[in-house]
Design a protein around this ligand. Structure first.
Ligand SMILES: O=C(O)c1ccccc1N[C@@H]1O[C@H](COP(=O)(O)O)[C@@H](O)[C@H]1O
Length: 212
């Protein structure tokens, strides 16, 4: 099965184009004001217009309300929604309202954390295993925190899934070999500073994925 990749937190035409040119299957637009990657609706609309049909636009949210979601879907022409810190009931409501592909982020630090994946079976289309960030952290993701990939050994995934959390051009091949992920997601690992994507790192990440 080909390995695919999402480059998340894109905010400029140049870095978006680098992700598309490098072969990303998905591009991520963050709609969460505390994030250095947060996009205004205007900026999202400008970027969305550059994305060809074969690349999916994923909106990233943290327990959003309906108005936030609806304006972002319109502006970013979103194909899928990635929801962090959002309950299974709320994910199901959002699925019913939007009809879009829904990704439920599951924050992982211990094996027990994986149990949450099963609570989304009726609501989400994909689980995104992400590293749990510290309680005091400003963001639930996008901080380059990695979890122990061995926690996924022998775990029966209840639905399609993707791997994220602390991936970068140097470790993504090992992560894929270790976990057998077929979709990987990166944000800070292809940046030169928080919120500043690096075209060279994006290309290196996608090359590392493509050579597997
Ligand atoms: O990137 C953000 O700013 C962000 C904000 C709020 C929720 C999630 C966010 N990013 C997601 O976090 C994971 C892991 O990121 P990293 O590669 O460890 O930096 C990724 O799925 C991003 O989409």
């Amino acid at each position: 099965m080909p390995i695919t990749a999402k480059i998340c937190g894109l905010s400029t035409p140049e870095t978006l184009d680098a992700a598309i040119k490098g072969g990303a299957s998905h591009v991520g637009f963050v709609f969460f004001p505390p994030s250095p990657r947060h996009l205004s609706r205007e900026r999202a609309a400008q970027l969305a217009a550059r994305v060809p049909d074969h690349v999916a636009r994923v909106g990233v949210f943290v327990d959003p309300d309906n108005a936030q979601i609806e304006s972002a879907i319109d502006a970013g022409r979103l194909d899928a929604l990635q929801l962090h810190k959002t309950s299974p009931v709320r994910v199901a409501e959002i699925k019913a309202r939007t009809g879009l592909e829904l990704w439920a982020a599951v924050a992982v630090k211990t094996r027990t954390d994986l149990d949450a994946a099963r609570t989304y079976t009726a609501a989400a289309d994909r689980i995104l295993y992400d590293a749990k960030t510290p309680e005091s952290a400003a963001l639930p993701g996008g901080m380059g925190v990695r979890f122990d990939w061995a926690l996924l050994d022998g775990f029966r995934h209840p639905m399609p899934w993707a791997l994220s959390g602390g991936l970068d051009p140097d470790n993504v091949a090992e992560a894929i070999r270790r976990t057998r992920a077929t979709l990987v997601d990166v944000s800070s690992g292809v940046e030169s500073a928080p919120g500043i994507k690096d075209e060279t790192k994006i290309a290196a990440f996608l090359k590392a994925v493509a050579t597997l």
